[in-house]
Design a protein around this ligand. Structure first.
Ligand SMILES: Cc1cc2nc3c(=O)[nH]c(=O)nc-3n(C[C@H](O)[C@H](O)[C@H](O)COP(=O)(O)OP(=O)(O)OC[C@H]3O[C@@H](n4cnc5c(N)ncnc54)[C@H](O)[C@@H]3O)c2cc1C
Ligand code: FES
Length: 284
């Protein structure tokens, strides 16, 4: 189903640690949304000079209710756009485009799955955890952040998981260290078949390396800078190896944001590798 462009009204604004959860009316969006999809929001109102929409993972959707459906997103205040968004109030209107991108692929048969989230990267994992459990999968979750304040939704996701392991860089909650410090243990304990990960690029790269070393299939949801979010501007490209072994610069907004972790050339992200299809040949 194609994405929708609609005006959503703010139904609720909730603080969760350093994050703000916005609930927006979005009729028709829930039916189209799969775990891993994202949406784009216009910033600053109709007269705004901030032209670029901002991308947010879809955290929750409700298909029914008096508003004919709603969508929740989790916002970490960062620059101008996110700071403007966290100041929205009930009944404000926002321009929404979504759902966008390629979502996570779910296993056909029951499988043992580990979900790894870094910071607000846990947001798209809630819907994923619910759908995996509905399919009879075992779900173990690892949630990590620099500090306790930067973790999102740990109590809530615990309900959908067989086990939850929390890490913080400073040890303010859970194990001191990074998600990758506990990942091998959880792989061992859960006899993992699949890992799903969402978070900063460094974390995804490290998770993909461990998965490769342990022979576990891994899907990563990347966060590249996106200007249009709909496949037009090429801002969001990254080098990905195709099934034919050839590296292509692919758009993370329409070909991703979910990619097989073993196919992303993590060390070359931000560059065009010389062996990528169509790479500049140096002055010819
Ligand atoms: C798929 C995806 C999912 C995301 N999910 C979440 C989420 O759930 N929660 C959350 O808080 N954040 C999420 N983000 C990050 C969020 O979009 C950024 O925090 C936000 O874009 C920063 O906006 P800002 O206005 O606060 O920052 P600013 O730094 O003021 O603005 C960043 C803007 O510049 C654009 N930009 C940056 N680099 C370039 C470039 N090289 N060329 C062109 N444009 C550029 C960005 O696309 C963005 O529009 C997600 C990003 C992506 C791509
Ligand atoms: S953000 Fe414009 S092509 Fe992906």
């Amino acid at each position: 189903m194609p994405p929708l462009q609609l005006t959503g009204q703010v139904l609720d604004v909730r603080r969760a640690g350093m994050y703000t959860v916005l609930s927006l009316t979005a009729p028709g969006l829930a039916e189209r949304t799969r775990p891993g999809h994202f949406l784009n929001i216009g910033i600053g109102g109709e007269e705004s000079a901030l032209l670029l929409r901002r991308a947010f993972a879809i955290y929750q959707v409700q298909s029914r209710g008096v508003y004919g459906g709603s969508v929740d997103i989790v916002i970490g205040p960062h620059g101008k756009g996110t700071k403007w968004l966290v100041d929205r109030r009930r009944h404000d209107n926002l321009s929404i485009v979504g759902p966008l991108g390629r979502p996570f692929t779910l296993p056909k048969n029951p499988a043992n799955c580990i979900l790894v989230g870094g910071g607000y990267g846990t947001a798209p994992l809630f819907m994923l955890a619910d759908q995996l459990r509905e399919r009879g999968c075992r779900v173990d979750v690892i949630a990590g952040a620099a500090t306790e304040e930067k973790l999102f939704g740990t109590l809530e996701i615990k309900r959908a998981a067989s086990t939850l392991t929390v890490t913080t860089d400073d040890g303010s909650m859970g194990t001191r260290g990074r998600v990758t410090d506990v990942l091998e243990d959880v792989i061992e304990r859960s006899a993992a078949d699949v890992i799903y990960a969402c978070g900063p690029m460094g974390m995804l790269s490290a998770v993909a390396a461990i998965a490769a070393a342990r022979g576990v299939y891994v899907q990563t949801s990347v966060e590249e800078a996106m200007a249009c979010g709909i496949g037009v501007c090429m801002t969001c490209v990254l080098p990905v190896i195709g099934e034919d072994g050839i590296t292509r610069m692919v758009r993370s907004c329409v070909d991703g944001p979910v990619f097989r972790g073993d196919q992303v050339r993590w060390a070359d992200v931000g560059t065009i590798p010389a062996d990528a299809l169509g790479a500049p040949t140096g002055g010819q």
